[in-house]
Ligand binder design. Sequence first.
Ligand code: AMP
Ligand code: GLY
Length: 431
Amino acid sequence: MKLLVLGSGGREHALVWKLAQSRQVTQLWVAPGNAGTALERLAGSGAAVENVPIGADQFDALIAFAKQHRPDLVVVGPDNPLALGVVDRFQAEGFLIWGPNQRAAQFEASKAFSQEFMIRHGIPTARSGTFTDPAEAKRYCATLGGRCAVKADGLALGKGVLLATSIADAERAVDEILVDKSFGQAGSSVVIQELMEGMEISLHALCDGRTAKLFPTSQDHKRSHDGDIGLNTGGMGTYSPAPFLSDSELEQVGEQILRPWLAGCVADGIDFRGLLYPGVMLTASGPKVIEFNARFGDPETQVYLPRLENDLVDLLIASATGTLDRITLRWSSQACVCVVAASGGYPGPITKDKVIEGLDAAAALPDVKVFHAGTAMKNGKIVTSGGRVLGITAWAPTLAQARDRAYAALGKIHFEGMHYRTDIGAKALAR
Ligand code: AMP
Ligand code: GLY
């Protein structure tokens, strides 16, 4: 089976690594991939994974490549091509592609769409309103005492969410999005949610339009610095499982969210075939959805896939073809931890082209996998090329052991300006 994976981040390296383990796969291309994806080999034939220099948003070039090479399955990693309708484009050309179509991808591409859907279908979420008029938006913030999350409606590289705890803060946030247009078109309307308090966890469910299969829990660390301070980032590290829900509580939370969500999709004629990733706050009055994403989390994928015992090719085909009801997900009982090593300056402006040392020494450790994100090959050396550079991932029978292993591997790696959080998993271990 020939596969084409779209994307270039840590999530995509993890997907490629796991897909390459399937003996069904005879050829695997990644567009555009990174230095890490190009080092992977297929378990079946030993053949190398091939990077293809086409961006995940360059649909014409991707379709031309696909027509020439005829992949049996196309796998979409990132949100942007989904929001732009990559699935619809490939389907129109007769290809099997995994991911939600453009309409279904609105769960991530439009927070206003998601919020309205959740309210209409009884999915537990924050009190909220959607506004295009700044004065009306500010009046709503005032009804919440200024304690609110002010969100640009559309995709804004994970940066379109401003948290406010006073009316002055909230009004500034509304102006930033609706008046100053700091997030461009993504901010033509704002969603304002009450500020929720509690433990935040990531849920993932693989869906085929009628069936949703819930993953174990995980937790991301979104702020740039230890102790959850500093700016919001794409995610500085993850671990799975997160011990804040027992298995039966997880099942209940999954039911409370996924059952009305699936019923709502059926009622509204939305055919969601892909990965639904609800960010969830465990509040004193029960679990509430913060937002929906319509793709695998990054770096959640890096801690889920080492624990997944199924052949990922089977799962993605079942999701794309509507046969997930025949599949049982199987997970190892090991704990898994991923620590992100980021470039100096991230999440602000970064410096690139720093040579990364120690990758081989880290890879030589048992039960460790270094997933690449912002890396490139230059003059025979692996160098930094993005904000989040590596996801150093390890697994072990306990969370503490997995964390120690991940940090031991990280200790072997160096590049100029490298920074990372030292407290990935700490909230779980403190319990
Ligand atoms: P989002 O992109 O919507 O997930 O928001 C980014 C981050 O902001 C989330 O991961 C939360 O940590 C925080 N956040 C968003 N909405 C709320 C809310 N209503 N209450 C509290 N925190 C929030
Ligand atoms: N882990 C955060 C995200 O994927 O959006």
